[in-house]
Structure formats: C-alpha cells, structure tokens
Design a protein around this ligand. Structure first.
Ligand SMILES: C[S@@+](CC[C@H](N)C(=O)[O-])C[C@H]1O[C@@H](n2cnc3c(N)ncnc32)[C@H](O)[C@@H]1O
Length: 444
C-alpha cells in the first residue's frame, strides 16, 4: 500500500493503526488527513465504508491532483534543478508539481516550508523513496481514490458538522501534536481544548493519535503506545511515545505498553491535579535534583575536556579517543541526550576550563589572551541573533580578535540558516568562502 512522505505522516504506523479501526461503517472521516497515509492503508486493506471523507486545511489540493492526474504521473530523478522547476510551477497550481512535492521536498514537508530533499543537493541519491517507487505509489493512490470516491474538503475541523455523525461513523484524528517541532503546520490551528471537548461528547466512534501531553490527559489512558524516533526538522530527531486513544473498546492482543509508560502517565495525572503552590514546590524540588545530578557529572566533563583539548604532543592523554574527535564535536554528540541542559553544562563549566577562563579574561578591557569561542551553539534563532548582534557591536568597538569573531559569526550564520531551514543559502556562502571548512577546524 502506498505511503506518501509527510512530516508527522503515519506511513510507518499505518498498518498498526488501521488494524485498530472498525472494519466497516457508514462514513470514515480522516479529519486531519495530511497526505492520506491512514486512508491509503484503510482503503488498501478493503475496509468497508459506504462513504470516505478526507479533510485537511492545507493538503486538499494534493488529493485533487491525484484524482485528476495521478494515473499519468512520470516521476523524474531528483535534482536541485528539478526541485526549483517544480517549486516554481507549483505556484500556479501545476498538477505534476503538486504531485511531486512530497517526493522532492525534505521529508515531504513542502516546497516552501521544508526545502529540497537531500539538503545541500550534494548527496548522491538524495535519500528517500526512489522515482519508480514514488510513481508506483501515486498510481496506486489514484486507483484507491477511483475505487472509494472520497469526498475531499479543506475545512477547519470545526466546520465539518461532526455533531451530526452517529455511532455508525468513524472519525480518525491525527492533528498536529502539541509542542511538535514541524514547519509545515503547527498546533496553533487545532484548538485542543475544543477538540478534546468534542471528542468527550461525541456520538460517533473515534480513534485519535497523539503524544503523552497534559492537553490530552483528559482522554484518559491510551489503549496503545509505542516509543518512536521521529525526524522533525533537518537532521533533528525527537524521541516520543506515540499513543492511540479511542472511545470504543479496541482489542490490542495483549500488547504491553512501553516500560516506564505508566510512570509517565502517573506523573502527568499527578501534575494536572496539583494546586499552583504545590506545582511550584514540586518544580523546585525536581530542579534541585537536576542540579545535583548535573554537578555529579561535572568531574567527568572536565576530564573529557582535558583529554580532548590536550595540546598536540600529549597523545598519552588522548589515548583511545578517535583521532579526529574534537571537544566541540563530542559535546555536540551529547546534544540528543542533554537537549537544553547542554547550555547548563556550558554554564557549569564556565571558569573551570582554561578556555573559559581565557574567555572571561577577554571580557576585561585590554586583555590579550587567545580568543576561544563558545563550546556550544545557541539553540534558538533568537539566541543566535542576540549573540551575532553582540559580536557585531564588539567588533565595531574593539578590533582585537577580529578574525576569530568573524569565524564565530560565520558559524552562527550557518547554524541560523540550518535551524531556519535555509541551509542551502548557507552552502552557497560556504562555496564562496573557500576556507570556511578551515575556519570550522580552527574553531574546534
Ligand atoms: C500530523 S498531520 C496528519 C498526517 C497524516 N495522518 C498522514 O499520515 O499523512 C496533521 C495535519 O492536520 C492539518 N490541520 C491542522 N489544523 C487543522 C484544522 N484546524 N483542521 C483540519 N486540518 C488541520 C495540517 O494541515 C496537517 O496536514
């Protein structure tokens, strides 16, 4: 059965999810259809519904394009030129361009939100589904649409008149998750309180996807959950527990919930039940634990720092470390585990390593010590912009260490473009600045 790339798309889980849906009914509504991955699976498995309804505020033109031109789509090999051509053509509603969008754009996230698949365009095969595989998928989608004749709408879910549906109807919901990190859409358009309220009062049967989140706690315990890793924005993976809720009894063949899941659920329910004062006190108590744990980690960080930052001849200290590994790269490699607390570590290390002592001295007037850049990169575009502004003003007032500051600016600019999904612009800058790779090495 066809799978269409889309951020947050349920292609990989579609088989499991569909196995929990009622096998027959009057109307099947995919309320937040995205690129239709649940519908394709349900229709392929031959679920027996009289009417099918695909709704999504932003992707309906994809379904219209499949219906009108899916059968004759010829999929070209990926290239940046092809991407640019189709991106341009999509503006005037060209059907081929619309059909190729999930194939040519990063993670299927769209020509204007996600950029070109393969990022810099330097990867040999650009990754992802092959041209022939995608062509086959679109042709199958066309056949499924012809067979099921779904109604396609682009309405806000509140405008669908769900209250008129009955227990013969089934609604599947896969809304943008709260606090998810996806550029093609966001939770802002969902209105979670109203959605949960609607589900709690619903006469129709429903199955809903989501993560464990306070907003979804009111739905009770999910009937199914699984730990997943998902790619959100370029190169960034998030680990989450994907959950399914329903308002009817679903047989799950005794599948166990992930380890620690019930603890998480209990913590969420506990947090929701606390008064403001108790919640505040609980946060203080937990923060205390975090700080204690981070302090316990500090000696190990310092040891690693002295090993990886040992001057060239001290190979004895570096023994066992991969030859190319720098401190900065090592710290970055811990980012997925530490997340935001990486900055806390940097903060804790402040003044404890030679580099950071030098950096602090540099802040004093007329200091002449060697300039050392920050160990980590800021995490949000706003933090990057703030640091860049500070650097620019420092360079205006003080010509010392101009080269290093310029290098730091370049690194920040690249990081900014990466975070905001415009790294292609970054790669243009890179090729123009032929020694930028050298800069990066010096920075380490
Ligand atoms: C997680 S995606 C759905 C992915 C889909 N299940 C798939 O596998 O391809 C969520 C979708 O909800 C849509 N959406 C966001 N707010 C909406 C709203 N108020 N009404 C209808 N659709 C909405 C977004 O455009 C997005 O395509």
């Amino acid at each position: 059965m066809p799978r269409i790339p889309y951020p947050g798309g349920k292609g990989r889980l579609s088989k499991t999810i569909v196995s929990f849906l009622p096998k027959r009914g009057r109307t099947f509504v995919d309320l937040f259809a995205g690129k239709g991955n649940i519908f394709w699976e349900a229709a392929s498995q031959g679920l027996d519904y009289r009417d099918w309804w695909l709704n999504d505020i932003s992707t309906s033109r994809f379904f219209h394009a499949i219906k009108r031109a899916g059968y004759k789509l010829k999929v070209p090999t990926r290239s940046r030129t092809e991407y640019e051509r189709q991106r341009q053509a999509s503006i005037s509603g060209d059907l081929t361009a619309i059909l190729l969008e999930p194939y040519l754009s990063f993670s299927g996230g769209g020509y204007f939100s996600a950029g070109c698949k393969g990022g810099t365009g330097r990867d040999k095969n650009y990754g992802g589904v092959s041209a022939s595989g995608y062509e086959r998928a679109i042709h199958q989608c066309h056949d499924l649409m012809r067979k099921t004749q779904p109604r396609v709408t682009n309405l806000d879910w509140r405008k669908l008149g769900l209250q008129s549906l009955s227990e013969q109807d089934v609604v599947f919901l896969d809304p943008p998750y709260p606090a998810s990190n996806v550029r093609s859409y966001s939770e802002d358009t969902v209105g979670y309180d109203e959605l949960i309220e609607t589900l709690l009062r619903a006469r129709f049967r429903w199955v809903m996807c989501g993560y464990l989140h306070p907003l979804l706690c009111r739905l009770g315990e999910p009937f199914w959950a699984k730990d997943v890793k998902l790619l959100c924005v370029r190169g960034e993976e998030e680990g989450r527990t994907e959950c399914l809720w329903s308002n009817f009894r679903v047989r799950t063949k005794g599948r166990a919930l992930p380890p620690l899941f019930r603890n998480k659920l209990r913590s969420l329910a506990d947090a929701a039940s606390l008064s403001f004062a108790d919640l505040d006190a609980k946060v203080d108590e937990r923060l205390q634990t975090v700080v204690r744990d981070l302090n316990a980690l500090l000696p190990y960080f310092l040891e690693m720092h002295s090993r990886l930052c040992a001057p060239g001849k001290r190979t004895d200290l570096r023994r066992g470390a991969p030859p190319e590994l720098t401190w900065t790269v090592w710290v970055e490699s811990k980012r997925h585990k530490l997340g935001r607390s990486l900055r806390t570590i940097q903060y804790l290390l402040r003044g404890k390593t030679e580099a950071s002592q030098n950096r602090q001295l540099l802040l004093q007037p007329h200091a002449t010590l060697r300039y050392e850049p920050d160990l980590t990169l800021p995490e949000t575009p706003m933090e990057i912009a703030t640091e860049m502004s500070r650097l620019v003003l420092e360079m205006r007032d003080n010509t010392l260490h101009e080269k290093q500051r310029k290098q730091r600016l370049e690194l920040l600019a690249e990081h900014f473009l990466r975070l905001t999904g415009r790294e292609n612009l970054g790669s243009i800058l890179e090729t123009e600045t032929d020694d930028s790779e050298q800069h990066r090495i010096t920075l380490n």
